[in-house]
Ligand binder design. Structure first.
Ligand code: GLN
Length: 539
């Protein structure tokens, strides 16, 4: 298609959390549906090297890519919308930028020069932005700049955008500015001034927005669009309304109605076509017209914050649409679960998912929950820590090894049924050192897993340090908990099942990261189907 890649920059003003990631993903969907090869990159202006060491309360879920990068959760949206895998190059933080520059300085590569924000940090930002474009794999790269214009920490990024616009020349770049048009109920009016100020702040750094995407709770009338266009110096057609939507999956269609793809392509002097959203819209139709519903408990310790389990919640939306069922996810805080309230909290559910996690808090609640669902034969999916809890519960209550535990929770336990991986024993640093990214998994033929995947060899993404202890494998298998998936090289156990139960599956990996609108994850699809079957039998 095009020879030189084009670059779209998405900046944000007025407020944080306006949904730049969803706008970027929706625009990308519209461009991809017109035949363009597209990828999205997120630049995060914080000093952490990656979000891997961040508590989910700080920044939501940490998303993991095939190549094992621990990244911002927006990359999950990009993959779910585009069905194209992302990589380390798709998420860069200020910490990583500085680390490369400082490493280069230590190697003496600046040849005695003073190393400064401009040009050395900005050059490194520009290089990182162009890595994806220069790969030859994409016609268009969308770069989402985290934070809000005017923040001190965003300045080098905005300067890099200014320089790239200059370097690459007219019609090769496009700047989208996402802002908020608040409604003042006392005045009964939508207000444009915050947007005007935000565009002006961007201008102070030498960047003129080409397109405004205005988040709003009410429709922007013609007069208001004209006013915004005039005072913000953009074409009227480039004032795009982004009204609150009931689901993020509506946003591509809303942007299409507003003509966002058209103005972008015009600015980039690229051909515009009617996007082929047939499959997308089939998904939306199923998502919005469920024939029945199921209630699934999501047991975790960060449940107060929706973003903590973003990929799991989205995987349920995909799997629900596939099954034409509405999945009602009930967040249940594991810290407040105990034997005395478990029947009340879990008894009515059609399925239970025990979430991934780290550390001791809320652990016993998770173990009690597994016991309850195992004994009541409620469909169960345990992910990562959730799978490990299922193993501990089985050891304690079926194998009668009362002190069975994970080394993570008690490093002195005489019965470490969950052990520290051999490869982890000498690891000291916390950041980026877990077993990460894609690993092979071989499935036993006679298993739920094999039925679900219909394949003997699968690959899934990982993020953990601890593992099923193979020293106990025979004991578990003799009692009825089977290992049905394992790494073909290391023999690390990847999946456990209880064949005697209806649907009881624990996986050491994270299936949720690979679920997309186009390819709902088969494990989630099967889990929701099992919950539906269980509900029908119950009623
Ligand atoms: N804390 C566990 C481990 O490191 C599980 C990690 C997870 O749930 N992602 O092995």
């Amino acid at each position: 298609m095009t020879t030189n890649p084009k670059y779209i920059f998405v900046t944000g003003g007025v407020s944080s959390s306006l949904g730049k990631g969803i706008i970027a993903a929706s625009l990308a969907k519209l461009l991809q549906s017109q035949g363009y090869r597209i990828t999205i990159q997120k630049l995060d202006p914080y000093i952490n090297i990656d979000p891997g060491t961040l508590n989910p309360y700080e920044h939501g879920e940490c998303y993991v890519t095939d190549d094992g990068a621990e990244t911002d959760l927006d990359l999950g949206h990009y993959e779910r919308f585009l069905n194209v895998a992302t990589s380390q190059a798709n998420n860069v933080t200020t910490g990583r930028i500085y680390q490369s520059v400082i490493d280069k300085e230590r190697r003496g590569e600046f040849l005695g020069k003073t190393v400064q924000v401009i040009p050395h940090i900005t050059d490194e930002i520009k290089r990182r932005i162009q890595i994806l474009g220069n790969s030859g794999d994409y016609d268009i790269v969308i770069t989402e700049i985290g934070g809000t214009v005017g923040d001190i920490e965003s300045l080098p990024y905005i300067e890099a955008v200014r320089q790239l616009e200059w370097d690459l020349g007219e019609h090769n770049t496009c700047v989208i500015h996402l802002t908020l048009v608040p409604f003042l109920s006392a005045a009964g009016e939508l207000k444009t001034k915050p947007t005007q100020h935000s565009v002006k702040t961007l201008m102070e750094s030498g960047v003129q927005a080409d397109i405004l995407v205005c988040r709003t709770e009410h429709k922007l009338n013609d007069g208001l669009k004209t006013k915004l266009a005039r005072f913000c110096n953009v074409k009227k057609e480039a004032v795009i309304e982004s009204i609150d939507a009931s689901t993020i999956y509506d946003v591509p269609n809303l942007m299409l109605e507003e003509g966002l793809d058209k103005v972008v392509l015009k600015q980039l002097q690229l051909k515009s076509d009617v996007p082929d959203l047939k499959r997308w819209n089939q998904f939306l139709k199923r998502h919005k017209n469920p024939k029945s519903e199921v209630s699934i408990g999501l047991i975790g310790k960060y449940v107060e914050l929706q973003d903590s389990y973003k990929s799991i919640l989205e995987a349920f939306i995909h799997a629900g649409a596939e099954n034409e069922v509405k999945v009602i996810v009930e967040p249940i805080h594991s810290e407040y679960l105990s034997e005395s309230n478990i029947e009340f909290k879990l008894g009515h559910l059609d399925g239970v998912l025990v979430a991934p996690g780290f550390g001791e808090r809320g652990i016993e609640g998770k173990i009690d929950a597994v016991r309850f669902v195992r004994e009541h034969n409620i469909p169960f999916l345990g992910i990562c820590l959730g799978m490990q809890m299922a193993v501990i519960e089985y050891a304690r209550n079926v194998l009668n090894i009362k002190d069975a535990n994970s080394i993570e929770l008690d490093d002195q336990t005489p019965n470490p049924v969950i052990n520290l991986m051999e490869s982890q024993k000498n690891v000291v640093n916390k950041g980026g050192t877990m077993r990460l990214g894609t690993w092979d998994c071989q499935l036993e033929k006679d298993s739920i897993a094999y039925d679900v995947y219909q394949s003997e060899m699968i690959t899934e993404r990982h993020r953990h340090r601890f593992e099923f202890n193979n020293a106990y494998k025979t004991q578990f298998e003799n009692a009825g908990l089977k290992a049905t998936g394992f790494n073909p090289k290391t023999k690390l156990v990847e999946i456990v099942e209880i064949p005697e139960n209806n649907w009881f599956v624990g996986v050491q990996y994270h299936p949720e990261y690979k679920s997309t609108v186009r390819n709902p994850h088969p494990l989630f699809v099967a889990f929701v189907a099992a919950a539906l079957k269980y509900r029908k039998k119950k009623n």
